[in-house]
Design a protein around this ligand. Sequence first.
Ligand SMILES: *Cc1c(COP(=O)(O)O)cnc(C)c1O
Length: 354
Amino acid sequence: MKKHNFSAGPCILPEEVLQKASEAIINFNNDNLSLIEISHRSKPFVQVIEKARSLALELLGLENKGYQALFLQGGASFQFLMTAYNLLNKKAAYLNTGTWSSNAIKEAKLFGDLVEVATSKDKNFNYIPKNYTVPTDVDYFHCTSNNTIYGTQIKSFPSVSVPMICDMSSDIFSRQLDFSQFDLIYAGAQKNMGPAGATLVVVKEDILGKVERTIPSMLNYQLHIAKESMFNTPPVFSVYVSMLTLEWLKDLGGIKFIEKVNEQKSALLYHEIDRNPLFKGVVEKEDRSHMNATFTLTDASLTEKFDTLWKEANINGLHGHRSAGGYRASMYNALPLYSVQALVDVMQELERKA
Ligand SMILES: *Cc1c(COP(=O)(O)O)cnc(C)c1O
């Protein structure tokens, strides 16, 4: 039986997507060739990447609004510098909500002055700062929508007069937002979309072309757009699986549908964390992530018992990030509600046996 997979990334993908992907590895399109041994310029693959790009825009509600979707390489970490390279002339503003924002800030500092508008570092990133001001004389404002490691999520984004860039690696396609409030969104595929190796970048074209520096080809969004995301060989397998996942999501009813499921899943788990005296949530309630729930045992001496119980219950990937400790249950789009129920059952079993 497939394990209940709470892994934070790479992470669970829909069963039917894995099935189709494995078939395409052997025989893609009934053409007696593997997906990964044909030219990326062949018609069947060009259709795949075109479909993936258009589905991404469609699901985000950004078709015909001046946005382009690209599938690039180098992970979200590469976007930390690529965004700055393309958009940072003199000064940019960043909201620091955790490890990933801090890493983005570190890279961007190589290209200009940074204003950290607020940080939650004082409390080990267990909340989302609010009521900060974004200066108007900056080239852009950057934030991280979901703090994968600590388990917080921005529920309401500031309205700013400068372009807004968002790292949505761990919650893209999970909840309804007005995505047109962002001018650039990026997300590594391996959290909610596909295997590692591709990074989705959705960018509003009119913010590009405004920096003074010369941009190397591989770093240049405008060039990738002109080449329709095929400037060089794209990560074909990762793009294909991402396309399958986006099709799966569209067939289910899109973000509107999955958001409801995600709310049910996180409500079920957080309710148990709050009810069960053996567990404690790590972050401020109002800022809790619907994707990554972080919690600890109130009595550390139960660690071994709990770890044995959830492993016996066929659960995978519950340990917290190596920098945060405790437990983290990642409930991405493809995780079924019954997996969360399985975890809740184990938490209740611990309460009975402790
Ligand atoms: C995982 C993650 C990253 C890093 O992604 P890579 O693809 O490994 O570079 C960046 N930001 C967020 C929010 C993440 O969850």
